[in-house]
Design a protein. Structure first.
Ligand code: FES
Length: 104
């Protein structure tokens, strides 16, 4: 078992948490558990609400690309960035080493 370094930029501060790679959570579930401002996860992770919108600043290795459901939901946002993702669609899984993000 290895750890995944999750780094969150919020309001000029950087929070870092190391989570075991077998934690079996989505990134949204982790951020919600940490009570990160701006992450609501209203739909419970079904890619139906976009209240888990984050911007991925870096990831090692790179994250799998967004699927159609995620892209369609991102399209409904008034402002979307090239690095926008739905945190609920990102699994914290073995092999991932690092993710750095901010909440738009
Ligand atoms: S929690 Fe609803 S889209 Fe991610």
């Amino acid at each position: 078992m290895n750890d995944i370094a999750v780094e969150i930029e919020t309001g000029g501060e950087l929070q870092r948490v190391d989570v075991p790679d077998n934690i079996a959570l989505s990134l949204m579930e982790l951020l919600k558990g940490m009570e990160i401002k701006g992450i609501e996860g209203t739909c419970g992770g079904m890619a139906l609400c976009a209240t888990c919108h984050v911007r991925i600043l870096s990831a090692e290795p790179p994250l799998p690309p967004a699927g159609d459901e995620e892209l369609n939901m991102l399209d409904t946002l008034p402002v979307v960035y090239t690095n926008s993702r739905l945190a609920c669609q990102i699994r914290l899984a073995p092999g991932q080493q690092q993710i750095r993000l901010c909440v738009p």
